[in-house]
Design a protein around this ligand. Structure first.
Ligand code: PLP
Length: 406
């Protein structure tokens, strides 16, 4: 009996995490063994590590277009950077009791701010987005005042890839003396950034989204911005983040930043073309499928397509069986499948939001990967719809995108 070959693994969940690049691993390895010293030590084994950390900082500075390498503080990842930025701003401006965020922030920002509102009495302005995930600029403008300590708005959304006009938003906040933070975990390495001369005060990033290791990231702090550390203790990171440095992680982040910058034009053009082909072929072959988010202002690697009258989880399981890793816009909360807060904020009807499926590509993806999804997904959706009580051939009509949420 001949066995058919296992399907080739196709990884299209790069907004969740990316594999470490081989060059990144190679640069990290010596720092586990020969160069294991503590960079704060006086002896050569420790002190010898410091120049490599400096190189990592400079590489990251270049990727961000920051004016000074000392504006970067290494952390344990996006979540720590977000929490540090938020709590720092509130402690730095204690007389101000209001915070402004968008309705589609990652939970690393949303949950912290909701907690502060609930338990510490801050007034939280959650700025809505429209059906394409674009920020309501009028509501944003109305929320700004001298009572606001912090604006925290993501540079690009992790589910839809929608890019916010961050420089414009930061400029709008400036006259009020508000501290402006952006969660750029999904934007860094995917779109060119230039922070020198920017009105952005703080920016969060994470290594594992750009082919670096997990558990390491950075917070950009514009020179002169008021700052209160989250961790106190040793004097690492110029007193801004106590704790022995994650040297291997930092070296890995530096290398990942260098590789991202090298590929930011050519690779992203190639990835965008792959994403666009995947998207247009799927929409053409699968009726009642709608691309979500702002089609014009979007990360080059991301598409979330809402397939009406199917469950996202079922799609993911069947894709996984076919060797394809993607992700959904739903979160299973207490046994019921709730569409994500991002889909809800955009007013995507339940019948479509439940089937929202995210494909997030990276420089590792190929035409063959896209071909494989195009070959299997239409059949999967057809089979699932055949089992759905909500689907009939009469249902196959242009999607009605009236907001279905109260
Ligand atoms: N912010 C955004 C937009 C993200 O997508 C993520 C990760 O999914 C995070 C923050 C959290 O980053 P980390 O996993 O490094 O803590």
């Amino acid at each position: 009996m001949t066995m058919s070959p296992a399907p080739r693994a196709v990884y299209l969940d790069n907004n969740a995490t990316t594999p470490c690049a081989a060059e990144v691993v190679a640069e990290m390895l010596p720092f586990f063994t020969e160069q294991f010293g503590n960079p704060s030590s006086i002896h050569a084994i420790g002190a010898g590590v410091a120049p490599s950390i400096r190189t990592a900082r400079e590489r990251l500075q270049k990727l961000l277009g920051a004016a000074h390498d000392t504006e970067l503080v290494f952390t344990s990842g996006g979540t720590e950077s977000d929490t540090t930025a938020i709590t720092s701003a509130l402690r730095a401006l204690p007389e101000r009791r209001e915070i402004v965020i968008s309705a589609v922030e990652h939970h690393a920002v949303l949950s912290v701010c909701e907690h502060l509102a609930k338990h510490e009495g801050y007034k939280l302005h959650i700025i809505p987005v429209d059906g394409q995930g674009r920020l309501d600029l009028k509501a944003y403008e109305n929320a700004l005042s001298e009572n606001v300590a912090l604006v925290s708005i993501m540079w690009a959304n992790n589910e839809t890839g929608t890019i916010f006009p961050i420089e414009h938003l930061a400029q709008m906040a400036k006259p009020f003396g508000i501290l402006f933070h952006t969660d750029a975990v999904q934007a860094v390495g995917k779109i060119p950034l230039r922070l020198s001369n920017s009105a952005v005060d703080m920016l969060s990033l994470s290594a594992h989204k750009i082919h670096g290791p997990k558990g390491v990231g950075a917070l950009y702090l514009k020179r002169g911005v008021k700052f209160r550390p989250l961790f106190r203790g040793g004097h690492q990171e110029r007193g801004r983040r106590a704790g022995t440095e994650n040297t291997t992680g930092i070296i890995g982040l530096g290398k990942a930043a260098e590789l991202a910058l090298a590929g930011i034009k050519d690779e992203n053009i190639r990835v965008r073309a792959l994403r666009d082909r995947l998207e247009s072929e799927l929409v053409a072959r699968i009726p009642n499928s709608i691309v979500t988010g702002d089609i014009e202002q979007r990360l080059p690697n991301t598409t979330t397509i809402a397939f009406e009258f199917v469950e996202g989880e079922a799609i993911l399981l069947m894709l996984s069986r076919a060797g394809i890793a993607a992700s959904s816009g739903s979160a299973c909360t207490s046994g019921s499948l709730e569409p994500s807060h991002v889909m809800r904020a955009m007013g995507i009807p339940f019948t479509a939001a439940h089937g929202a499926t995210r494909f997030s590509l990276s420089r590792d993806n190929t035409d063959q990967d896209v071909d494989q999804v195009i070959a299997v997904l239409p059949g999967i959706i057809e089979r699932l719809r055949a089992m759905s009580p909500y689907w009939s051939n009469e249902t196959a009509a242009p999607a009605n995108f009236q907001p279905a949420y109260s």
